[in-house]
Design a protein around this ligand. Structure first.
Ligand code: GLN
Length: 308
């Protein structure tokens, strides 16, 4: 399949007007400072080429997109039985940070690992002794996915998140009360906010998508990074829960396994074809990138990417 920079450039300019109708996230103050008119996209084709368009040098924090990466990591480290003892496999139909079903669901474990409560339960399983060692081990795992050893998190965003994370903190205490997690809640919050604050551009995000699109094989070295069964679990969660409580609509309109974040990033996987990284920070009312969604829709329709 031949997709050119010129094609993507046209699509980016076509969706850019939508950025005016979205809102920048406000509950994490450091995220509120960005220019809302930005739009960028990268398609990392499995043959190796990365086609890009828009404001591609712009970096952003990956926020909830990290939930797919921590899930893949913990499935590798701890195995399916341990993970699914602590989180379920069902969509909630609620916003990503909702506490409602945690209380009413029996047992009181998070319904899936793509909502905040579920991601906290997954991150709590990160192995290692203390914050720095646990972080460093996760960072090493991510380096293989991005093919980059210099992966960092944005300090300012992380601090800002920590200071405003009382809802996440309360989810974590609730989980500890119900024995879903153990250990120090503040250390967990530190780890979780670091993973949310990992910074990259859309090319790097698309490169991660390409590993998943190739069933866990590195698109450059041909080396196996993730077992195919873990890729399958991640892709399935991306379809059922990846776009928050708009996942059903996204599956119908776009049909690509995807994971969104409140910074306006979207990770997409077109199995056997490419990984997609999109960034546009103005969000719709459910917290998905407004122009990013439109861009994914356009690309999926043009190239017949829907898996359904
Ligand atoms: N760091 C954000 C939070 O925990 C991530 C949420 C998101 O991207 N949906 O609230």
């Amino acid at each position: 399949m031949r997709i050119t920079h010129g094609d993507l450039d046209r699509f980016v300019e076509q969706v850019r007007p939508y950025t005016e109708y979205g809102q920048i996230v406000e509950y994490i103050p450091a995220l509120a400072k960005v220019d809302p008119s930005q739009v960028s996209i990268a398609l990392h084709m499995l043959e190796g080429e990365c086609v890009t368009a828009g404001d591609t040098e712009e970096t952003f924090t990956i926020q909830s997109i990290s939930k797919v990466l921590s899930l893949a990591y913990i499935l590798m480290e701890r195995g399916e039985a341990e993970v699914f003892h602590r989180v379920g496999m069902e969509p909630t139909g609620d916003p990503f940070n909702s506490i409602a079903k945690l209380e009413t669901n029996r047992p009181n474990k998070p319904l899936n690992p793509m909502i905040n409560a579920g991601a906290l339960a997954v991150t709590a399983l990160m192995p290692g002794d203390g914050l720095e060692e646990r972080w460093e081990r996760f960072r090493k795992f991510l380096s293989a996915l991005t093919d980059k050893d210099t992966l960092t998190f944005n300090d300012e965003v992380q601090q800002s998140e920590l200071e405003t994370a009382d809802l996440n903190r309360s989810l974590a205490y609730f989980l500890r009360q119900h024995q879903v997690i153990q250990g120090d809640v503040e250390e967990l919050l530190q780890l979780y906010t670091r993973q949310c604050s990992i910074e990259m551009n859309c090319q790097e995000l698309a490169r991660i998508g390409a590993v998943f699109a190739r069933d866990g094989i590195c698109p450059t070295s041909g080396e196996s990074i993730l077992p195919p069964y873990i890729v399958r679990i991640c892709k399935t969660f991306m379809v059922t829960c990846g776009m928050y409580n708009a996942s059903g609509e996204f599956a119908i309109k776009v049909g690509i396994p995807a994971k969104t974040g409140v910074s306006g990033g979207i990770l997409g996987i077109v199995p056997g074809v490419c990984g997609i990284g999109v960034y546009s920070p103005a969000l719709d009312e459910k917290g998905n990138s407004l122009a990013g969604w439109k861009l994914m829709e356009l690309i999926s329709r043009t190239y017949d990417f829907s898996m359904f």
